[in-house]
Design a protein around this ligand. Structure first.
Ligand code: CP
Length: 334
């Protein structure tokens, strides 16, 4: 019989507060809510130092020597899991990837008992992805004061390191967030990427944030304060400096009958060369991956000169290095 775990109700305000230690330092990253513009800027500045020029070796350091990082991914991942592993190793940490399919959670062990077991082996930083809302905060409330929790994707609620890497990618191409119009297109309703990007962009003072979706995939305005919710792609793209296509989150959609067929979806909400003529001349195209080519984005556009999708992946390692370094500063001495 499957074990049912009850997580505390997700409370964004509490979660935002829970991230900081008694000295106001970032100890966990649960959400981008609650982070100040200066804190995000400092993380992005540090991440820049971990980016090496093309053709040069990756930047390494030993600042996490003696630290053990545990990757706990209870949902599939390529980019986030691999980049946390690479980030930890480039900083000299030890790392374990828990194989969820062969772990004792399959025998009914609770997530907290899984954490406590690894904590007893002196894992210091847990990187957690889970399909249930509230899991990262639930763990953060129940671990000892030497351990750090990093949210690597929480249901449709939050994906804060994706938000940071998206901000870094935008910042490397555009001068001022205040002058930008950003268009996020597609399945906004189910997207933790859109939520974290929106939170980060709002904190950085983005000029205008547009969310463009079919009716069935449109978000609640309350979830995106300050953003414009639109249903017409041409209106959404006109003059945009940054265009971010989203993956259709099939695993979170109750009835696929409610969403447009894939040809209809591409015709009305797919980002294509033709549609991009409406955007600003130097607009960049983003996608968090994994992409459904020919549905969310025209394949040749994803590989073309305006696309920064590969850079997003590279920047993900740098951002996660900066974050690991930052939270490890809060470790209490034994
Ligand atoms: N963008 C993102 O979270 O990708 P993965 O699911 O591959 O980690």
């Amino acid at each position: 019989m499957p074990v049912i775990e009850l997580f505390e109700t997700n409370n964004p305000v509490d979660d935002a507060d829970l991230q900081f230690d008694a000295n106001g330092r970032l100890r966990h990253l649960l959400t981008l809510r609650g982070l100040k513009r200066e804190q995000i800027t400092a993380l992005l500045d540090r991440a820049e130092t971990f980016l090496s020029p093309p053709g040069q070796n990756a930047v390494r350091s030993n600042t996490l020597h003696g630290v053990t990082v545990g990757n706990l991914f209870f949902e599939p991942s390529t980019r986030t899991r691999a980049s946390f592993e690479i980030a930890a190793k480039r900083l000299g940490a030890d790392l374990i990837n828990l194989d969820v399919n062969t772990s004792s959670r399959k025998k009914g062990e609770s997530i907290l008992d899984t954490i406590y077991t690894l904590q007893a082996m002196q894992v210091d930083v847990f990187v957690v992805r889970d399909a249930s809302a509230g899991v990262p905060a639930y763990i953060a409330r129940n671990i000892n004061n030497r351990v750090m929790i990093l949210n690597a994707g929480e249901a449709d609620v939050s994906h804060p390191t994706q938000g940071l890497l998206d901000l870094l990618t935008i910042r490397r191409h555009k001068d001022n967030f205040e002058d930008l119009t950003v268009a996020i297109v597609g399945d906004v309703a189910h997207s933790r990427v859109a939520r974290s990007a929106s939170e980060g962009l709002m904190t950085m003072g983005v000029g205008e944030l547009r969310l463009i979706s079919p009716d069935a995939l449109a978000p609640e305005q309350d979830d995106f304060p300050g953003a414009k919710i639109l249903h017409n792609l041409n209106d959404g793209l006109r003059g945009a400096d940054v265009v971010m296509a989203l993956r259709i989150q099939r695993e979170r959609i109750d009835s696929l009958d409610e969403i447009p067929g894939m040809d209809e979806y591409f015709a009305n909400f797919g980002i294509s060369h033709e549609r991009m003529k409406l955007a600003a001349p130097a607009a960049i195209v983003m996608h968090p991956g994994p992409m459904n080519r020919g549905i969310e984005i025209e394949s040749s556009l994803a590989d073309g000169p305006s696309s920064v999708i590969v850079e997003q992946v590279t920047n993900g390692v740098a951002v996660r290095m900066a974050l690991l370094e930052e939270v490890v500063k809060t470790m209490e001495k034994k």
